[in-house]
Design a protein. Structure first.
Length: 127
């Protein structure tokens, strides 16, 4: 099982090294997070290899070579969760970036939380 901190650090290091793709162990957390990043246009795609045990994540860059995100920061840790209400998400969403939030409906972005009018635990933030 890959932890959120491990997943975000691998993504951050790959972007800084201008990698075209990275390999991650398959887990439900990784699949959900990568699905949201794909839907938001942050990554190009994900494929399962080696009988579905490994995920190959294709990273996205613009035509001039700049990455689709500059940094990714973990907000909640197992010992200390960072909760956001719907009103707090609405205020924070006016800025730049993307929040990944764990809600009763699963992992959602701040944009989807606003549509559904729910809050939850903010897991990470992409700039």
């Amino acid at each position: 099982m890959i932890s959120l901190c491990n997943l975000t650090s691998k993504l951050k290091n790959a972007i800084r090294a201008n990698k075209k793709y990275i390999y991650l162990p398959n887990s439900s957390l990784a699949l959900e997070l990568l699905r949201l990043l794909f839907l938001e246009g942050i990554i190009l795609g994900v494929t399962k290899i080696k009988s579905g045990k490994i995920l190959k994540v294709f990273l996205k860059y613009s035509s001039n070579g700049s990455p689709s995100f500059k940094d990714i920061k973990v907000l909640s840790k197992p010992g200390k969760m960072f909760y956001l209400s719907y009103k707090q998400i609405a205020k924070l969403s006016k800025g730049v970036g993307l929040f990944i939030i764990s809600t009763k409906e699963g992992l959602l972005t701040n944009h989807l939380c606003l549509k559904r009018k729910i809050g939850g635990a903010a897991l990470c933030y992409l700039i």
